[in-house]
Design a protein around this ligand. Structure first.
Ligand code: WTA
Length: 648
């Protein structure tokens, strides 16, 4: 392993965090958390600075997580107002449209004006502090204005990714009782329109909760329906409102946003983040992990509909007064060199993207990369799933010309920001390793019985975290019991991540992937239970079991075993109908890759589906099925294998 490491380049010898500062700061963050976090909190502007640092219990009957509790601040002010004096004319956002002819830059002063007006428009339609506001937007600056406008008023945003279906939007509106929706007429990606407003209309029809107001941004000019009294054009209200809007003073533990994410069971959960701790974590991790410099052009390629977009397009970079690039399109449109064209055009210094995108681009060969100037790049980042060493090397050597370190950042919607990551000036890199814990983070490994594995030497097991950190989620919106059950019941006293990990002999952490029934499709989380319930909702289906299998580009693909109602013979139409069913219940990202029809599923005598076996069959590892002696009907396995072989 040791000879497989990439040394810290000389260009990072004066990085924010060096090997020595990493050791000292990590040590202090664990030995003297009060002092450490009191100092880190100073990176924000507080209306009332916090004196209390943390108050945390992971106990079943007293589960609570509070940071900087007596502090008062406003997240929007921290992202905008406080920069106006020194950075008013600095570019806050660079927007690159789907169409390469469209781009513009928005300064901090312009951002301030846009957000204040947007907030006043929200007030005009009735939004107040504490209200939940659903945001269903394309990747346009107005999505950022909408989020920050909510934060300015103390309203809680719930961004629902533009690729989700009306049913999925409706479920999220109902779950958080959202009275308001912000959307656009249409989105565009890869030259194709996405009917966002139509989807919102259908979602509102299906939701049980009544939506009172919809604010619509005109983006493409597509024809959309309007409901009088409920729907409002943003560009029309903008003419009626004032350009100034006072920011609401918020307590540190007041909610900032809800973001829905998939778990191993049930419906997606509303992950709740609060104001003070999340903002400290977003700003601190953006600063340290990306070795932030004033002149950086920071490009995080995620969508604002995911947590990566929340923390590393919006809150982290803007809290640090950075220039954040927002890209509406897709990596390979109109040509396979689009990413590199954007890097050259805007002189991007830091590129933060996902292994699935890297693999897809790697397939296009080196030529599309090499024909563009990448001399501006100084740092690369990866997020969303473990990065395979082959993709890591290509990213490092071809994209970064061997010059740019790669920070592989492991974290989750629940964690608010990076928890285990390489830091470019602090550690030699190992391709595929998430490397070392962020300040204050204490990872540990447990076996399946819950026994702690030794903190020394090479170990592999289930990844848990001891203790809290400011960016930790505070609850599952409306279901504190589920918060406990999901994260704290499995290994009491610790936060269970749902991931497996290995710590090597040098102390580097390697994430091995989910150990629960959560799939990772192109870096997007999806519960197998969600796909199963979408399939079973179809009239023809008796039973379904969904597992992941290795997919060359997406990391994991969706493999569905389906049993039709008795007497039915599957056809190509059935297959197409089932795929369409999942798309309409969840969204295109959940479209099954494989549907494997089977007369029955392997079950234990007590009727439990044996997923372990289904996973192995989907992976084509027929000789690694393990113990099949507890199966009620062992013949099922042979017939599944036979069909799998025929499918190739
Ligand atoms: C996976 C995305 C390995 C992991 C930020 C985690 C990763 C889940 C990495 C969270 C990484 C994310 N290496 N695995 N660098 N980053 N994951 O909530 O399984 O969409 O639990 O947050 O993605 O996905 P989520």
């Amino acid at each position: 392993m040791a000879n497989d490491t990439v040394k810290i380049p000389d260009s990072f010898s004066d990085a924010r965090i060096t090997p020595d500062t990493y050791r000292q700061m990590y040590e202090r963050s664990i030995q003297d958390p009060q002092g450490f976090w009191a100092d880190e909190a100073r990176r924000l502007d507080w209306i009332a600075a916090p004196a209390k640092i943390s108050d945390v219990s992971f106990d079943k009957d007293d589960l609570h997580i509070r940071w900087f509790e007596d502090g008062v601040l406003n997240a929007c002010v921290n992202c905008i107002d406080r920069h106006l004096e020194t950075r008013g004319n600095k570019t806050a956002l660079i927007w690159e449209g789907d169409n390469p002819a469209y781009h513009h830059a928005i300064t901090y002063r312009q951002l301030f004006n846009h957000v204040c007006r947007f907030a006043n428009e929200l007030k005009l339609i009735g939004v107040k502090k504490g209200d939940r506001v659903t945001i269903h937007m394309p990747m346009i600056p107005e999505a950022v204005y909408a989020m920050l406008a909510c934060a300015r008023l103390g309203a809680v945003h719930s961004v629902v990714f533009g690729g989700f279906s009306p049913d999925a939007i409706a479920g999220r509106i109902d779950d958080c009782g959202s009275d308001f929706v912000i959307t656009a007429d249409q989105g565009v990606r890869g030259g194709k329109g996405i009917p966002l407003k139509d989807n919102v209309d259908r979602a509102i029809e299906r939701a049980n909760h009544e939506v009172r107001g919809v604010l619509v941004v005109k983006h493409t000019g597509a024809q959309v329906d309007f409901v009088a009294g409920r729907d409002h054009w943003h560009h029309e209200l903008a003419l009626e409102v004032d350009a100034r809007c006072e920011a609401e003073p918020m307590k540190a533990e007041d909610p900032l946003f809800i973001l829905y994410t998939s778990g191993s069971t049930g419906k997606p959960k509303g992950v709740l983040h609060t104001t003070g701790g999340y903002m400290v974590w977003a700003a601190m991790t953006h600063d340290y992990t990306f070795d932030h410099r004033e002149e950086d052009v920071f490009w995080c390629t995620a969508d604002v509909g995911w947590v990566t977009g929340h923390t590393y397009i919006v809150y982290g970079p803007l809290a640090n007064g950075a220039t954040s690039l927002m890209f509406e399109g897709v990596p390979t449109w109109p040509g396979p060199d689009r990413f590199w064209r954007v890097v050259a055009k805007h002189r991007v210094t830091t590129l933060y993207t996902a292994p699935t995108a890297i693999r897809a681009l790697m397939r296009e060969g080196d030529e599309p990369v090499k024909k563009h100037d990448r001399s501006s790049l100084r740092l690369l980042g990866s997020v969303g799933e473990p990065i395979n060493p082959e993709a890591w090397r290509w990213y490092h050597e071809v994209v970064g010309e061997g010059r740019c370190p790669i920070v592989d950042t492991w974290w989750q919607t629940e964690t608010g920001g990076h928890l285990i990551t390489a830091l470019p000036g602090a550690h030699a890199l190992k391709p595929g390793a998430a490397s070392f814990p962020m300040f204050g983070i204490q990872p540990a490994l447990v076996d399946n019985e819950g026994n702690r594995l030794p903190d020394e030497g090479e170990q592999e097991g289930n990844l848990v975290l001891l203790g809290s950190w400011p960016g930790q989620m505070r609850t599952v919106y409306g279901d504190h019991q589920r918060f406990y059950e999901t994260y704290f019941a499995t290994y009491p006293g610790t936060y269970f991540t749902g991931d497996g990990a290995r710590r090597d002999a040098d102390g580097y952490w390697w994430i091995t992937g989910r150990v629960d029934d959560v799939l990772n499709i192109s870096g997007h989380r999806l519960g197998t239970a969600e796909v199963e319930s979408a399939l079973v909702a179809h009239d023809l289906v008796a039973e379904a079991a969904v597992v992941g299998y290795p997919h060359e580009v997406k990391g994991q693909g969706i493999y569905c075993y389906v049993t039709l109602n008795s007497g039915l013979v599957p056809t190509e139409e059935t297959e197409a109908a089932l795929k369409a069913q999942v798309r309409s219940e969840i969204g295109a990202i959940a479209t099954p890759d494989v549907i494997h029809f089977t007369p029955s599923l392997p079950k234990t005598r007590s009727g439990k589906i044996m997923r372990r076996i289904l996973r192995k069959i989907a992976e084509g590892e027929f000789d690694k099925l393990g113990d099949t002696s507890t199966l009620a009907d062992p013949d099922v396995v042979d017939s599944l294998i036979e069909t799998r072989r025929e499918m190739g």
